[in-house]
Design a protein around this ligand. Structure first.
Ligand code: NAD
Ligand code: ZN
Length: 354
């Protein structure tokens, strides 16, 4: 995390001239965050590509647009791509940079909470394909990631909550004390100093785990907690927009973090039933969810669609088993847990009937 954005940007760019700097952003980050970057970096001769915002843009077509932009503007292997935006851009831009001319350096400048604590950390890049989330991608680390919390001041509250779900996930897999801090933080009247500390600790948790297991063969799978159900919900909402329900938040399609929040509750239910996680944790987190995130809507008849989506999840080793990371206790995650359709159905029933 940086307090001096100017210094961090200058270090990241090094001796490169501005015409060797390529900037990828989206319309919102261009409007709200790029001016702060421009105050430091003389970007007059730089090449700026602004894409429309949104998960719907996380496609092969957008990746091609980035490659074509780099080709048309004569980028070389020494050029630097600065990615100023949320997780959609850091995922997609990181992939485009890492494959262009077999890889050019890129720097993440995350502007959403979700990207700061999660997407821009850990080197996973990619895009959605054939209706499946992040189906094509690779591990490719940025040269640097510059986390500057004041960017968050223009972020809509719903997007802040989206990132907060990943912070809650980090707390659940890290320690009971961190969970207390995250559940107690006042999201409706933010103390920015305390928030910056919470953000830094959340980044530390992710980085610690990623350092032990960069390519996700073991421990890193604990970061998938909440994501087996979460990703299925996210994909379901991308293709089956339910009728606007009374309780469903306005976002359509479901943001990644909202999907993860609902996935966390379903997977806490599975953790209670399969690994004897104390019920109290499920009760506390389910209450936090309904208070801040509302309730998701999905008719029973579509449970089979959700379970089918879980079957296609990248995290599975075979088509017949659905893989989960579940909690034995807060701070004690068990990876490679398999649940039956019956068990998953019960967890979905719990979630959708809260
Ligand atoms: N690579 C990973 O390890 C990883 C981890 C978690 C999530 N992800 C991915 O991240 C993506 C979600 O990221 P996201 O939630 O940042 O979504 P996003 O990039 O779509 O950003 C959310 C919205 O906020 C806007 N925005 C960004 N910064 C802003 C600012 N400072 N002020 C006002 N508006 C701003 C954006 O334009 C967009 O409309 C998903 O595609 C998910 O798969 C990746
Ligand atoms: Zn996530």
């Amino acid at each position: 995390m940086v307090t001096d954005l100017d210094l961090a940007l200058r270090n990241a760019v090094g001796l490169r001239k501005s015409n060797d700097i390529y900037v990828l952003t989206d319309d919102n980050s261009q409007k709200y965050c790029l001016p702060l970057v421009r105050q430091t970096l003389e970007l007059a001769d730089s090449h700026i590509l602004c894409l429309p915002h949104g998960e719907e843009q996380k496609t092969l077509a957008s990746v091609e647009t980035i490659w074509q932009f780099l080709i048309n503007q004569h980028a070389t292997r020494r050029s630097l791509l600065l990615i100023v935006g949320g997780g959609v851009l850091t995922d997609m831009g990181g992939f485009a940079a890492s494959t262009f001319k077999r890889g050019i350096p890129y720097v993440n400048i995350p502007t959403t909470l979700l990207a700061m604590v999660d997407a821009a950390q850990g080197g996973k890049t990619g895009f959605d394909y054939c209706g499946l989330k992040n189906e094509i991608g690779m591990f490719a680390s940025p040269k640097d990631t510059i986390v500057y919390p004041p960017f968050l001041k223009t972020l809509p509250h719903e997007q802040l909550l989206s990132g907060y779900a990943e912070m809650l996930k980090h707390a659940l897999i890290a320690s009971p004390l961190e969970l207390i801090h995250v559940l107690a933080f006042n999201l409706d009247d933010i103390d920015w100093e305390i928030f910056a500390e919470l953000i830094q600790r959340s980044i530390d948790i992710k980085q610690y785990i990623v350092e032990q297991d960069t390519e996700e063969t073991g421990l890193r799978k604990s970061l998938n907690f909440g994501h087996t159900v979460g990703h299925a919900l996210e994909e379901y909402y991308l293709s089956h927009r339910p009728e606007p329900g009374n309780d469903r938040p306005a976002a359509s399609p479901l943001t990644h973090g909202y999907a993860v929040m609902y996935g966390i509750v379903a997977e806490l239910y599975l953790s209670v039933s399969k690994l004897s996680l104390p019920q109290q944790t499920l009760t506390q987190v389910a209450h936090f969810m309904t208070e801040h995130y509302g309730k998701p809507v999905c008719p029973c008849k579509d449970y089979s669609v959700l379970i089918d989506l879980m079957r296609h999840d990248k995290k599975n080793n075979s088509d017949s088993e659905i893989n989960f990371s579940l909690l034995r206790q807060v701070g004690n995650c068990r990876i490679d847990q398999h649940c039956s359709e019956q068990e998953i159905t019960e967890a979905l029933d719990f979630l959708f009937n809260l």
